[in-house]
Write a protein that binds this ligand. Structure first.
Ligand code: PEP
Ligand code: MG
Length: 866
């Protein structure tokens, strides 16, 4: 904040003058007169050629809306007698909007006659006519239809418009400039207080009582000798943020109508379309550039300059923050810091962490035409175009042909993972933000929409029926926008991902200040590579179950399920051991000594058995047993509620051979990988714990495996055993669990599911109704429920740490990548958060912003607005 801001921010609203001429020392502040008034004062302080401007305070404008007019004579006297005026809104935050500007106040019959001399009759008539029309519609609130019969540009257009006005209002068009101005102020003040305007700005985050200031500015006549015209100029490209002088300019002197829809001449210094301002008025152009540079330097922001040129002289009417794409926002913040204009910490605070996601993925171009055929939950960001396929096998075949495809499924299961790898995007009818498709999609950085229940999925007929009845079949091209949740027919124009140098620089600066660790959830070597690319500090969750769905392994898993004895199971699992060892070895090598936290097997075993008759027949052939045995086993393993059934540590206790094999694979891979590089200290995590005894039992077996491997290999290693807190009971009993573990990692997907008693796979069906009716403020699977689930997390942290002060605490549910949840975790004293690899950049920036705001006392959102 600059000194003048500090002074004025302390000006209490009720002491701000009702109206004040903007001078370098006038008492004007953002909080009393709005952003535009304050910006204009800064331009005046920079000695820029700003026309005379009077600022009206929020209080004055509120009074006007109630019928209490300020001293109008004083306002009018601030300007030359024959000046034309314009009024523009000045809200505290430009995003909150405001009524449109009204120009050329003061035009009347007498001014028209005067202007005929300087502008010519047509020019003067056009000016007057436009003012009458805009006054009629915005101030007198007439229906624009009343001018329908007026012939545009006709010789009598002006008198027809004046007649139409009089006929509608029963009064002649007001001639007194002070009266015109008062009416304009009143209409703008009342427009701001109207219900729809209030609702609109509240939706943009404005408080209910947000004030509006108004600025009354002398208009610079856009005519004279030599170069005359008006336009806007900025120093950067709004899409890329790269330095580039761009803008628009309407030149009157080059034979174009400065007031009409004349041809545009781009400012680009080598514009192929004829003479640019640089050619026709090089001095004015040089002045403009230097004014714009000064504004960038002193307003500490990329500004768009609104200007008028009269007889070659530049006048600055206004400066507004350049609108910018996500890519430009990052580039601009970094460039301002690199040029020493703002400190690095401020650059970090100026970028909304959520927008980084846009830079990591292809997007539908903002101006592309969207042929929307349905929508669902935006589960994994980015957009992808491909041909429709309905099974994982079709997806793999399509990928083999080199044809990008979108995999469409009712819902996905682990069997679909290979198909998901082959597809460029995934669309499901069912599921919520933490359903299988959503979690895997985010992990792979694959655009994904789930819960698109307004589309009809006919998997057998290989058809998708759009909300408007259109039928799409296998092979048709669709696009899914995983950022908005929209499903589009065809292929709209796309914007490529843009992780450029500025992106990397900003994140490096962020890492220097953040005070909470960021790891990635990574299951495969590709995930781990992505995690490294985004500088994750390790793997916080490696889900191992996907490793068993490889066709070669699936049959072995099934054989294990059919084994009758512990020895039989162990013997079958021994065949999987080398494969698992390779899996872990690959992860350890990629992570080069960074921590890797491997979660032991979690899902219920029946997920590995075929559900279809043909699948069961095939399995009976593969295992050489009767089909009836297969069917019986499948039925035996069926569960009413598999998510609360025999899974996680419950398998570890009842079918311990699986964990034994996994532990051995981890330890052997640890020794192998440590030989070739940095020593590896694996982390082994037990899922779905609810009782201390579960941990004791599993720990005893894993310790035994560790001792055995050490003895066999004659080599030593260490490892850390931890517990995944996913059940409310584990959180409540963290005090008795923590002495047995090196770490507690909170799995907030299951914890949310169990705290609410709400299935994460089915919640998508009613979630939007719940959110729309305000039952939940947000989808709790998406944004951490800090009240309920959060209370369990806090209890778990306090109780766990009280009994084991050295314990490492983290979160590995999908919430880990969400800036709001990271704030909670940081406050609660977590050591790190772990999230999908593609969310790591967002998490790094958000964590840095939280560290900075804890020092400045300003939230990231407030900083963005300042
Ligand atoms: C969790 O439950 O939060 C978690 C990370 O595990 P999963 O999503 O695999 O159930
Ligand atoms: Mg879980």
């Amino acid at each position: 904040m600059q000194k003048d801001d500090q002074d004025m921010a302390q000006t209490p609203q009720n002491e701000a003058p009702d109206s004040v001429l903007i001078t370098p020392v006038a008492p004007i502040a953002n909080s009393t007169h709005g952003g535009r008034a304050k910006c204009l004062q800064r331009l005046v302080r920079l000695d820029l050629p700003v026309p005379r401007t009077v600022a009206l305070s929020f209080q004055a404008v509120h009074g006007i809306a109630q019928g209490e007019m300020p001293d109008m004579a004083a306002i009018v006297e601030a300007f030359p007698a024959d000046a034309l005026l314009c009024v523009r809104p000045s809200s505290q935050d430009p995003d909150w909007g405001g009524p449109g500007a009204i120009l050329n106040i003061g035009m009347n019959d007498a001014r028209y006659v005067d202007l005929c001399d300087s502008l010519g009759r047509d020019g003067a008539a056009a000016l007057y006519l436009r003012f009458v029309q805009s006054y009629a519609v915005h101030v007198a609130r007439l229906d624009p239809d009343v001018f329908d019969d007026v012939e545009d540009g006709g010789p009598d257009a002006l008198s027809e418009v004046l007649h139409a006005y009089e006929a509608e209002t029963d009064e002649p068009f007001p001639q007194d400039p002070a009266e015109q101005l008062a009416a304009v102020l009143r209409s703008m003040a009342r427009a701001w207080e109207g219900t729809s305007a209030r609702l609109l700005r509240q939706a943009k985050g404005a408080p209910a009582d947000a004030g509006l200031g108004l600025v009354v500015q002398e208009m610079v006549p856009g005519f004279g000798q030599g170069e005359c015209g008006s336009g806007v100029l900025q120093l950067v490209n709004t899409k890329t943020g790269q330095p580039q002088i761009t803008g628009r300019y309407l030149s009157q002197s080059q034979g174009r109508d400065a007031l009409g829809a004349g041809a545009e001449a781009l400012f680009l210094e080598r514009d192929p379309r004829g003479p640019s301002l640089e050619d026709s008025a090089p001095e004015a152009f040089a002045d403009l550039k230097s004014h714009a540079r000064l504004m960038r330097q002193r307003l500490r922001e990329e500004m768009q300059v609104e200007f008028v040129i009269v007889s070659g002289a530049v006048h600055i009417l206004d400066g507004v923050r350049v609108t910018r794409s996500a890519q430009a926002a990052v580039r601009i913040a970094v460039a301002l810091a690199e040029d020493g204009i703002i400190p690095r910490a401020e650059a970090i605070m100026r970028v909304d962490a959520h927008i980084l996601t846009e830079l990591l993925h292809r997007q539908v171009a903002p101006d592309a035409t969207r042929d929307v055929i349905g929508h669902g939950i935006a589960a994994s960001p980015g957009a992808a175009t491909g041909r429709l396929v309905f099974t994982a096998a079709e997806a793999q075949a399509s990928a083999a042909r080199g044809e990008p495809c979108i995999l469409v499924r009712r819902e996905t299961s682990p069997e679909d993972v290979r198909g998901m790898h082959a597809a460029v995007g995934v669309l499901t009818e069912r599921g919520g933000i933490t359903s299988h498709a959503a979690v895997i999609g985010r992990g792979l950085g694959l655009p994904c929409i789930v819960g698109a229940s307004n589309l009809k999925f006919h998997s057998k007929r290989k058809q998708l029926v759009a909300t408007d009845g259109r039928v799409l079949t296998r092979g048709d091209t669709i696009t899914i926008d995983g950022s908005s949740g929209e499903v589009l027919a065809g292929q709209p124009e796309m914007l490529e991902a843009a992780e450029d140098g500025a992106f990397q620089t900003l994140l490096t600066w962020a890492d220097e200040v953040r005070d909470i660790g960021i790891r990635a959830n990574a299951d495969t070597p590709e995930d781990a590579e992505t995690a490294r690319k985004f500088n994750a500090q390790g793997i916080g969750l490696c889900r191992t179950e996907h490793m068993f769905f490889d066709p070669g392994r699936l049959t072995v898993m099934r054989e294990m399920i059919f084994a009758e004895t512990s020895e039989g199971r162990a013997a079958v699992l021994a065949r999987l051991l080398p494969m698992q060892r390779e899996d872990f070895f690959a992860l350890f090598r990629i992570m080069e000594g960074l921590p890797v936290c491997i979660r032991l097997f979690d899902p219920p075993l029946h997920e590995f058995l075929p559900t279809s008759k043909s699948g069961q027949r095939e399995l009976s052939e593969a295992l050489g047993i009767p089909v009836s045995d297969v069917t019986r086993r499948v039925e035996e393993m069926e569960e009413y509620n598999p998510m609360l059934g025999l899974r996680g540590v419950r398998l570890g206790v009842t079918v311990p051979e699986i964990y034994d094999m996994q532990a051995r694979a981890i330890f052997e891979a640890t020794l192998d990988a440590s030989k070739e590089g940095d020593p590896v200290v694996p982390e082994i995590m037990i899922p779905l714990v609810s009782a201390k005894r579960e941990v004791e039992l599993v720990k005893a077996r894993i310790d035994a495996v560790a001792l055995a491997v050490k003895a066999e290999r004659g080599e030593d290693f260490t490892y850390r055993l931890g517990v995944m807190v996913e059940t409310p009971r584990a959180a409540l009993r963290a005090g008795e669990i923590s002495p047995h573990t090196a770490f507690l990692s909170f799995g907030t997907n299951d914890l949310t599911q169990m705290t609410y008693g709400m299935s994460r796979d089915d919640a998508g069906r009613f979630m939007s109704a719940y959110v729309n009716q305000g039952v939940f403020p947000e989808d709790p699977f998406h944004v951490l429920d800090t009240d309920g689930v959060g209370e369990l997390l806090k209890l778990g942290v306090q109780r766990g740490r009280a009994e084991n002060p050295d314990i490492t605490l983290s979160i590995c549910g999908e919430h880990g990548g969400n800036p709001e949840s990271i704030a909670f975790c940081r406050e609660a004293g977590f050591d790190y958060v772990s999230c999908s690899p593609f969310r790591v950049p967002v998490a790094r920036l958000a964590a840095a912003q939280l560290a900075i705001s804890s020092q400045t006392g300003k939230s990231p959102r407030e900083s963005l607005k300042s």
